[in-house]
Design a protein around this ligand. Structure first.
Ligand code: UD1
Length: 427
């Protein structure tokens, strides 16, 4: 199992190009099931999660070609026909978002058998809202032995879906199902994340009629069929936010090209309050911290446009070195403090009560062997390692490989001492 070793203390200087967004890319790949024509996605990140989605889509009937084009990495997906409407447990359990093939399969072939995703590290994460949305579109849904059996023999029908709280996955799932439904669908209480807009724009390029994406009220008018399209995946706001915090942590100055400052406004505001310099550009941003210690700032995660839960672990790592005490509240997931014991191993002073963590900034972190527990938590440990004295070795790096493209190359190019230890390699 690979590990990543970081020798802390080097400032970061240079430029990092932000990749296409993982959370968009995997849903856009699922959208390819809705048409028999090729969907060409450019600015595609190459990650374990996109590979996993590719493996599932191939089983369902997609032909997938990956190549390096003039606009970077691209993937062309063509599903002439659905050869199987069955998504097995061993694929769905590895990546929860693969559950989102259920809607497109139903829309295109009228039936599907898809495994329930099961638990995950950061909480129970049920799919009840996904299933309610599909039922509102006329799907008949049964559960047997861990599998969802869904049917819509005469096709899905437009309907009204009211989400009791914001869910990114359920909103996307409802959109993927409704674009080919007969009639108008209204999504009330929809999630407003930039990835929802990305999906709506891609589906729009394929001929779907969607209004209001990015607001909590989305209206979809079903069409008879969708065409192929060329679409560029939006830049990854979580990757951008993570590297912004890496610079704040290690010191130095880095230009994050292609980053969209407006997508991470909640984070950048907090970073500025803490004393980090941020310059917003048309095509990216510059993050700078020279010398002075950061100030403690409180954060509370919430759905977009609030502070993203996917940046909470990294912000906590940052606050562990700030002057004063900060309170970090997690309101989106119920079990997302698994990085706390690992940060404590590095000398951080953090206590948790329920969904609240109190972080008392320390003068210095020390390198230590630590274990990645989930995707975003593990990158929080990497950026803590950049500022720690001595060496930090992060184990279970497969979590990182799910969502960060060439992490060690990008950081090393800015002067960080980061290297991957492959299976069996000593420290
Ligand atoms: C997506 C992102 C993930 C991010 C999260 C919140 C992808 C692949 N993943 O996850 O990185 O952390 O949004 O921004 O895009 N819930 C239910 N019932 C449901 C669905 C969700 O109770 O049917 C709950 C979840 O357990 C959670 C909350 O709703 O507490 C929000 O989850 P949701 O927005 O659905 O997250 P995901 O789409 O799974």
């Amino acid at each position: 199992m690979d590990r990543i070793a970081i020798t802390g203390g080097e400032p970061l200087c240079g430029q990092i190009a932000i990749s296409g967004a993982k959370n968009s890319a995997i849903k856009l790949m699922a959208a390819s099931l809705l048409t028999d024509a090729p969907l060409r996605l450019t600015n595609m990140p190459r990650l374990a999660d996109t590979r996993l989605m590719g493996a599932l889509l191939r089983r369902l009937g997609a032909e997938i070609e990956e190549r390096e084009g003039p606009d970077g990495s691209e993937t062309v997906l063509t599903t002439r026909e659905i050869v199987s409407a069955f998504a097995p447990y061993d694929l769905v359990r590895q990546m929860r978002a693969s559950f989102n093939v259920l809607g497109p399969l139903l829309a295109r072939s009228g039936h599907a058998k898809v495994s329930l995703p099961g638990g995950c590290e950061i909480g129970a994460r049920p799919v009840d809202l996904h299933l309610e949305a599909l039922r509102a579109l006329g799907a008949q849904i049964d559960l047997h032995e861990g599998y969802i059996y869904a049917q819509a023999p005469r096709g899905l029908k437009g309907g009204r879906v009211e989400f009791p709280f914001s869910s990114v996955g359920a909103t996307e799932h409802a959109m993927l199902a409704a674009v080919l439904a007969d009639g108008v669908t209204e999504l009330v209480g929809a999630a407003r994340e930039p990835e929802i807009i990305d999906l709506a724009q891609c589906l729009g390029a394929m001929g779907a009629r969607i209004e209001g994406a990015g607001t909590s009220h989305i209206v979809i008018t079903g069409v008879g069929s969708l065409s192929g399209a060329d679409y560029a995946v939006a830049p990854d706001r979580i990757e951008a936010g993570t590297y912004a915090m890496a610079v704040a942590m290690a010191g130095g100055e880095v230009r994050l090209t292609r980053a969209r400052a407006e997508d991470i406004a909640a984070l950048l505001d907090k970073m500025e309050q803490a004393g980090v310099e941020v310059e917003r550009l048309n095509d990216g941003l510059i993050v700078r911290r020279n010398g002075a210690r950061l100030r403690a700032v409180d954060v509370e995660t919430s759905p977009y446009p609030g502070f993203p839960t996917d940046l909470q672990a990294q912000f906590m790592a940052l606050m562990s070195l700030a002057e004063g005490e900060s309170v970090v509240r997690e309101t989106v997931f119920e079990n997302r403090f698994m990085h706390v014991p690992e940060l404590r191993r590095m000398g951080a002073d953090i206590t948790t009560t329920g969904r609240e963590a109190r972080v008392r900034g320390v003068e210095r972190l020390e390198g230590a062997p630590v274990m990645a527990t989930d995707l975003r938590a593990s990158v929080g440990l990497v950026i803590a390692g950049l500022a720690a004295r001595g060496e930090t070795v992060v184990d279970r790096v497969y979590h990182l490989d799910r969502g960060f493209e060439r992490l060690e190359d990008k950081l090393s190019a800015c002067g960080a001492k980061v290297r991957r230890l492959t299976n069996g390699g000593g420290v």
